[in-house]
Design a protein around this ligand. Structure first.
Ligand code: PMP
Length: 351
C-alpha cells in the first residue's frame, strides 16, 4: 500500500437504515412519517431559476419562523442539514475538553461515531434493567452530556424532572437534549432554556414534520451558545442549507393544524399496533416516539426481521448487546400496520 494510505483518516462509519430503491415495500425501518408534508409545502411554487443563486447563509426566514413558533428570539435558533448536522456541529462546538462526554450505553449510535471522529473522549453509563436513564450516573465531572428524549431505539421518554436534574447538576458542562421524537410524546426541555445557560435542545423536521427528504434540523438555546454554533458552522461550510429546504421548511412551520393532526394520527396508530401484536406474544417497551421497540416471547428478532424483509416489509434490527432480541418498528399508516400485523400472525402460525 502506498505511503499516502497512512494519511487517510480511518473511521468506523455510522450505518444508516436501509433505503430500498424498490418503492413497492412497506417501509417501517427509519422512523419516517407516513403522511407526507403539509399542503402548504406541496403548494410551494419555486422559481427553479433561482437555484443559480446561493441560499441565504443565515437561513433567516426559517430561523425567524421557528423562533416565532417556539416563542424565543431568532438569536436562539440554529438550523442545519437535518438534526444529524446540528448534532455534529454541537459535538464540535460544545465538547471540546479532555474530560469524557457522557451518553447512555443504549442510544442513538451516531453519538459514538462523532465522538470517535472528532477525538472526543466518551463514556456510556448503562441504562437500568428497564432501559431507563440513571440520572445519578451523570452527576459527575464530565466534558458534556448528550441524550435523546424520548430515547432511541427504545422510544422511552424520561420525565422532564429527571432531565432538569441532569441539567442542574452539570452547570459546568453543556447538556444536549436530542428531541427528535418529542412531538410524539412527553414534555420538551425547551421550557428550561431560559432557566439554564448550559442547555441545548435539538429538533428535526424528519419525523413529526414528515420532511426527512429535505434534511432540516435545528437547535434552540441561549444566544451565546447559538453564536458559538454559528461560528463553528461558518468555519466549516459557509452555505449548508439549500434553497428548496429553506422555502419548504418555512412553509411547514406555518401549518400547525396539519402538523398536530398527523402527529395524533401516528400516536393513535402506535397505541393500536401495540395492542394488536400483544396477542401474538410481542411485548413493546413503553413508547413516546413514532416507533415501537418490540420483542417476541420465543422467536428471535433477527429471524423475524429477515422473514419480514423477504416479504418486502422493512423494520430495523440492531445486532448489539441487550437489544439484539428487539425490533424497532416505525409507525406507518393504519393500513401498513395492519398488513404487518397480518404478516406476523401468519408467520407465527406457519412457523
Ligand atoms: N437523533 C435521533 C435520536 C435520531 O433517531 C435521528 C434519526 N436517525 C436523528 C437524530 C437524526 O435525524 P435527522 O438528521 O433526520 O434530523
Amino acid at each position: 500500500m502506498a505511503a499516502w494510505s497512512d494519511n487517510i483518516r480511518k473511521v468506523e462509519p455510522y450505518v444508516p437504515g436501509e433505503q430500498p430503491r424498490d418503492t413497492d415495500v412497506i417501509k417501517l425501518n427509519t422512523n419516517e412519517n407516513p403522511y407526507g408534508p403539509s399542503q402548504r409545502v406541496k403548494n410551494v411554487m419555486m422559481d427553479i431559476d433561482t437555484l443559480r443563486l446561493y441560499p441565504d447563509p443565515t437561513a433567516s426566514a426559517l430561523v425567524d419562523v421557528l423562533a416565532e413558533y417556539h416563542g424565543v428570539d431568532s438569536s436562539q435558533v440554529f438550523v442545519g442539514v437535518g438534526s444529524d448536522d446540528v448534532l455534529a456541529m454541537s459535538f464540535l462546538t460544545f465538547f471540546n475538553s479532555d474530560k469524557p462526554i457522557l451518553f447512555p450505553d443504549i442510544t442513538y449510535s451516531f453519538y459514538d461515531v462523532w465522538a470517535e471522529l472528532f477525538s472526543i473522549p466518551y463514556e456510556r453509563p448503562a441504562l437500568d434493567e428497564n432501559f431507563r436513564l440513571v440520572k445519578e450516573n451523570y452527576y459527575r465531572e464530565n466534558g458534556g452530556i448528550v441524550f435523546p428524549n424520548p430515547n432511541a431505539p427504545t422510544g422511552i421518554y424520561e420525565d422532564i424532572k429527571n432531565v432538569e436534574d441532569i441539567v442542574s447538576h452539570n452547570k459546568d458542562s453543556i447538556v444536549i437534549v436530542d428531541e427528535a421524537y418529542i412531538d410524539f410524546g412527553g414534555e420538551s426541555a425547551l421550557g428550561l432554556i431560559d432557566k439554564y445557560d448550559n442547555l441545548v435542545v435539538v429538533r428535526t423536521f424528519s419525523k413529526s414534520r414528515s420532511m426527512a427528504g429535505l434534511r432540516i434540523g435545528y437547535a434552540i438555546s441561549n444566544p451565546v451558545l447559538i453564536k458559538a454554533l454559528n461560528d463553528v458552522k461558518y468555519s466549516y461550510n459557509s452555505y449548508t442549507m439549500n434553497r428548496p429546504s429553506l422555502i419548504m421548511g418555512t412553509e411547514s412551520v406555518k401549518d400547525d393544524e396539519y402538523f398536530k393532526e398527523t402527529v395524533s394520527k401516528v400516536v393513535a396508530t402506535r397505541e393500536r399496533f401495540v395492542e394488536a401484536i400483544k396477542p401474538l406474544d410481542f411485548t413493546c417497551l413503553p413508547s413516546s416516539a413514532n416507533f415501537v421497540f418490540a420483542t417476541h416471547k420465543d422467536i428471535p428478532a433477527k429471524e423475524i426481521f429477515q422473514a419480514a424483509k423477504d416479504a418486502h416489509i422493512y423494520v430495523r434490527y440492531f445486532d448489539k448487546p441487550r437489544i439484539d432480541n428487539y425490533l424497532r418498528i416505525s409507525i406507518g399508516t393504519d393500513e401498513e400496520m395492519d398488513k404487518f400485523t397480518e404478516f406476523l400472525t401468519n408467520y407465527i402460525q406457519e412457523r
